[in-house]
Write a protein that binds this ligand. Structure first.
Ligand SMILES: C=C(O[C@@H]1C=C(C(=O)O)C=C[C@H]1O)C(=O)O
Length: 185
């Protein structure tokens, strides 16, 4: 029997009852995540895991206004603070604008995407939402595989938002590994 894909709930605000005071700012700060991490460590590096055309998950395709089966450019990275992975990030840009996608993703290499997104005043960010990802979500497993052989907790909080790039949409999702709480507040 085909199981229905798990649909986690993306919330406008992290619930106070289940999200710690230390984690909340990481889920809600609308400014650059890499800038926030960089301000709390000596060296921030971006470990690019995958960068290719891919099929978005159904909820991602819906947010990007893509029809089922439509490909998008995918970029998955680990943000590493002083040698310790702290965030698994997954970004998707509709294929319709290959040239733009190509420049944005392939021009970045190991530089953080945020460096381009927050440097261009023409690029705007839509509201952040957050969700608790667990074994039922494919993105949980992508983060766990990226973190291996380090252990993954049974659930991680993630956030996501759309960026508007000159009329094009870019979806950025970021899952916070427990090590994010080892950074100074
Ligand atoms: C959007 C940002 O860029 C960060 C860097 C990313 C990358 O290099 O692929 C992806 C998502 C973000 O964690 C940011 O800094 O806020």
């Amino acid at each position: 029997m085909r199981t229905r894909p798990h649909k986690e709930t993306w919330l406008k605000r992290p619930p106070r009852a289940t999200v710690s005071r230390m984690l909340r700012p990481w889920l809600t700060d609308p400014d650059s995540l890499t800038a926030r991490i960089r301000a709390r460590c000596s060296t921030l590096s971006v470990h690019v895991l995958r960068q290719r055309l891919a099929l978005p998950h159904r909820d991602e395709a819906t947010l990007l206004g893509l029809r089922r089966g439509e490909l998008a450019w995918l970029r998955e990275v680990l943000l590493v603070a002083d040698g310790v992975p702290v965030v698994f990030a997954r970004s998707l840009l509709p294929r319709a604008n290959v040239r733009g996608a190509w420049n944005l993703f392939h021009g970045m290499g190991a530089r953080p995407l945020g460096a381009a997104l927050f440097a261009d005043p023409a690029i705007s960010r839509r509201a952040l939402t957050c969700a608790c990802l667990d074994l039922r979500d494919a993105r949980y497993h992508l983060a766990a595989a990226a973190l291996a052989p380090k252990a993954m907790p049974p659930r991680v909080w993630a956030r996501r938002s759309l960026f508007r790039l000159h009329g094009r949409a870019l979806l950025v999702s970021e899952a916070f590994l427990p090590t994010i709480l080892d950074l100074p507040e």
